[in-house]
Design a protein around this ligand. Structure first.
Ligand code: ADP
Length: 549
């Protein structure tokens, strides 16, 4: 009985002190983030008006200074994990995957095309190149990519080594010359992956995603044609065929995963097996960079670029640090807007998080400095450097940036305004929607009375707030040794994290053994053992299905 009375009082107090959640955006953060958070009833942080810690989510396109990680508060989340760049730079990724291949065998780690980092691996590359000529009689195709550029800038594809020219660190990677084609067009997949913690490793993949098409037909006799060989939207939106209707594809250069999966099913392809293989790639890739320095209350949204070959084998091309969140077309709007809504759901804000600064209802803000545990590049927006006839992999892109940047910004406005209506079809029963609703309700006389009473209450008298705070604020003894902010994503009993949040599906830990192996530090060896079991199970189910078709 006592408890239920207290709970009622807690509810009352909560409704009295409803505050919106607050987001903070660093310069160049994508406009859609602001739109989505405003749609959800959040307010934007005002540096002049608000205290430095008076926000719940800080989003930026570049890594946070470590001081931001050190001073993180329980009600806050940062959108980058320290050192996540370890897998998002092409050369780092290649190095990590090579090491894992050496340690755990090429059967599992054979999903990334062979790569050489130049100039360091020049001799090794020549050896491989010559070996191929001797065994097959001709060289295969290679793709050369500057390690610190993105969006297809500075890429060249070659067969004859005479054509390989580079002026900066590049990776030279085996070119997948037998890609899956739809009506003759090459495509790749942009898979969204959200890591809510590296320690313990917790990975979600997003069920919906983007299929990105080249806008001219694939043709190995014209390696210079970026519109036929590269699937980056940042390139293809400037192609002559971008807006025209392309047979089998339609206008533009994108599909959703849903459409792609339906397409595969029509042709009897086991899209589930493909999905499982892609998830395995994600887990194995992220395992390659663990352990990362421990950090609490941050998350990472990665964009995995995956190419499928004509045998339906998925290949990992690269992992993106800040997957593009600009809206180039209505498909972008549909996928990315919902993605962001679901990310906010995944961040698991609780009602108490809206209080920030441990502020009590009706009392002055009480600041507590909690000694949370100390813990352990994205390039700015630029336009593509399209391949010219000259085969030079160049890192210089500055002169091209301006006009394209303006186009990109213009397109955000153009697309976002007509689609806003669809976006508003999203309001859900979330903390913020409830807050919004409650804030707009006129106060009842009993609420007014309670409010007046609350104003006189010392902070610790609110059972709701004190219960919540005691969960977040460590007692003095705990503060004496290294304490991690309790990860925000775990269930109260520290069991398996929530399996599905909106379109996000938990892919790691995938069973109890994987959960145990990732609890106190990541036991990669045991996890790999579990993955091997999982893969053989998936393969045998796949084979059974094929037989029965
Ligand atoms: P960027 O960061 O510049 O986008 P990516 O590695 O994603 O670099 O490559 C850009 C595009 O080039 C990909 O979207 C894909 O279409 C094509 N591509 C990249 N690597 C390969 C490869 N090994 N085989 C076939 N196509 C590739």
């Amino acid at each position: 009985m006592v408890t239920s009375k207290m709970e009622m009082l807690a509810d009352d107090n909560a409704s009295e002190t409803l505050k919106p959640l607050v987001f903070r955006l660093h310069e160049n953060a994508p406009a859609i983030i602001r739109e989505v958070l405003l749609e959800r009833g959040w307010t934007e942080f005002d540096q002049k008006e608000q205290d430095d810690t008076d926000w719940n989510l800080y989003w930026r396109n570049s890594p946070f200074p470590m001081t931001d990680h050190h001073s993180i508060k329980p009600w806050q989340r940062l959108n980058h994990y320290p050192e996540a760049v370890r897998i998002t730079r092409k050369d780092y990724l290649a190095r990590h995957l090579k090491r894992m291949k050496g340690a755990y065998g090429s059967t599992l780690y054979e999903f990334s095309p062979v790569a050489f980092i130049m100039p360091n691996d020049y001799v090794k590359f020549i050896a491989e190149y010559s070996k191929e000529i001797q065994s097959v009689g001709r060289p295969s195709y290679w793709i050369c990519k500057p390690v610190h550029l993105s969006r297809g800038r500075g890429i060249l594809i070659f067969q004859d080594i005479k054509d390989l020219v580079y002026h900066c660190t590049v990776i030279v990677q085996k070119y997948i010359s037998n890609p899956l084609l739809i009506s003759g067009y090459k495509l790749d997949l942009r898979l969204y992956v959200c890591v809510t913690s590296f320690c313990p490793l917790t990975i979600y993949t997003y069920e919906e995603g983007l299929v990105r098409f080249a806008t001219e037909k694939f043709d190995l006799s014209s390696l210079d044609n970026v519109y036929a060989h590269l699937t980056n939207t940042s390139i293809n939106k400037y192609g002559a065929s971008y807006k025209t209707f392309k047979e089998g594809i339609g206008c533009g250069c994108k599909w959703t995963f849903s459409k792609f999966r339906s397409y595969l099913r029509i042709f009897g392809v086991d899209d589930m097996l493909l999905w499982q293989k892609m998830n395995n790639i994600v887990i194995l890739t992220l395992l390659a960079v663990t352990p990362l320095p421990e950090a609490s209350n941050c998350f990472e949204l990665f964009g995995f670029d995956i190419l499928i070959d004509d045998k339906f084998k998925p290949w990992l091309l690269e992992v993106n640090y800040n997957p593009a969140l600009c809206l180039d077309c209505s498909i972008d709007d549909t996928v990315k807007r919902k993605l962001l809504h679901d990310i906010v759901e995944l961040l698991n804000y609780k009602q108490v998080d809206a209080h920030r600064q441990n502020e009590m209802p009706g009392s002055k803000a009480v600041r507590r400095q909690v000694p949370w545990r100390r813990t352990g590049q994205s390039t700015p927006e630029q336009a593509p450097g399209l391949l010219s006839g000259r085969k030079v992999s160049t890192c210089i892109s500055a002169p091209q940036t301006q006009p394209a940047l303006q186009f990109a910004r213009g397109s955000i406005h153009k697309v976002s305004s007509p689609t806003r209506k669809t976006a508003r079809a999203h309001p859900r029963e979330t903390l913020t929607s409830q807050l919004r609703e409650k804030m707009n309700k006129p106060k009842t006389s009993s609420q007014v009375k309670t409010e007046a009473k609350n104003k006189q209450l010392p902070a610790a008298h609110s059972p709701f707030i004190s219960a919540q705070l005691s969960r977040w604020s460590p007692s003095p003894e705990i503060c004496n040794y290294k304490l991690s902010t309790r990860p925000y994503f775990l269930s109260d009993k520290d069991q398996m994290p929530t399996r599905q949040v909106g379109g996000f599906v938990l892919i790691f830990p995938f069973n109890e053994a994987a959960l145990q192996a990732s609890k106190d530090g990541t036991d990669v060896k045991s996890i790999i053992k579990e993955i091997n079991k999982l893969v053989s199970k998936q393969n045998s189910t796949g084979q059974k299905k094929t037989k029965s078709v």
